[in-house]
Ligand binder design. Sequence first.
Ligand code: GTP
Length: 448
Amino acid sequence: MALEKLGKALNSALKKLARSKTVDEATIKEVVRDIQRALIQADVNVRLVLQLTKTIEKRALEEEPPAGASKKEHIIQIVYEELTKFLGKEAKPLEIKEKPTVLLTVGIQGSGKTTSVAKLARHLQKRGYKVGVVCSDTWRPGAYYQLKQLLEPYGIEVSGDPEEKDAVKLAYKGVEYFRGKDVDVIIVDSAGRHKEESGLIEEMKQISQAIKPHEVILVIDGTIGQQAYNQALAFKEATPIGSIIVTKLDGSAKGGGALSAVAATGAPIKFIGVGERIDDLEAFDPKRFVSRLLGMGDIEGLLEKLEELQKQQAVSEEDLEKFLKGKFNLKDMYAQLEAMQKMGPLKQVLQMIPGLGYSLPDDAVRVGEEKLRRYRIIMDSMTEEELEHPEIINYSRIKRIARGSGTSTAEVRELLNQYNQMKKMFKSMDKRKLAKMAKRFNFGGFGI
Ligand SMILES: Nc1nc2c(ncn2[C@@H]2O[C@H](COP(=O)(O)OP(=O)(O)OP(=O)(O)O)[C@@H](O)[C@H]2O)c(=O)[nH]1
């Protein structure tokens, strides 16, 4: 897996969070410190790390969890969101719009450019495109044979001439050749070596002028870590870089540094190289990448749930009006409980995160869940009238409800106390405060 070491370190920071009994400022700061350490070890630029972790800390301390979510879940969501933003936020897929689409790959020697050209050709072929590959590397004649060897088994044709010394001519002739062959995509591999770097950039510009590519793809070696920033910038200034492939992210300790550095230049990372085989190329999607990195098999599911809850907003505007007029009854409280039951018990939600759920001590979640269950049972034994007008519930009704629900009078009274407290709280609040409170209502009111 790409960036395995970084992933493990981040995952263990979040596991620590899941295991902690309370989530206070100290816990948040510790998690943030662990994340900092993990990123710096992966060669992420210290300034970028500090910016990122400051945002995580600020949000974790200041924001309220969405209704129905616990503080822990919310912090995990924040870490996920900020890391995703850090790596470019949205996926920017390579677009093949015109026929033929011409792609020019550039990059310095040894970056994995030739291998990436072969991988990309195969990737596009698997998606139904007819691909032609042009080798214009006049510095390393071996590149032509390397491409042929990699691609011929898949029936992908390679154009080139190891004897030819004019790279621009080679590129132009190759593109013209494939134009006549009715291909969908032409990928041109350029030389990664020159007497000096300025020569390399100059050649790249000339090839670019000759073949007018739809997109220039820069290949960057992921093992160079944060140095990737300057390299990406230098190429970006010389030619409009449409996309970037960061290679060798398998097993590289510095890959996190390279990925974040490239993202910081604003150039879109479209693919990552994750191995030496032809199929070891992945379309880069920051969201998917971060969820896998954090080792959260089903974080997508968890996030969907949180989003859904945010949409539902435990208490609607209408409800707020009702509460403000003091019309909050047991039925409303029951509806809140129902909403929560639908989303599943807290433990189940936490268990959606592999490695977190089952290491959670039962005691940490049992109280809340158990109490909610009891409240529901008690309310099921109440009449419609009692649910709508809880004030009529006198001692004899309490005894009846306790008997009917198989609970105790103390428990029924506890539920009524809870209800009265909430009602009092709603009455005494102004609307803005109430809206804020409403967000916390589902879990907050029940001591989870
Ligand atoms: N582990 C791993 N190795 C890779 C990856 N991509 C490329 N390589 C290896 O990196 C080395 C250099 O790759 P090439 O594609 O030959 O390099 P190049 O950038 O084309 O070099 P020049 O042709 O000299 O410009 C090869 O041994 C590749 O197998 C990757 O994603 N992971």
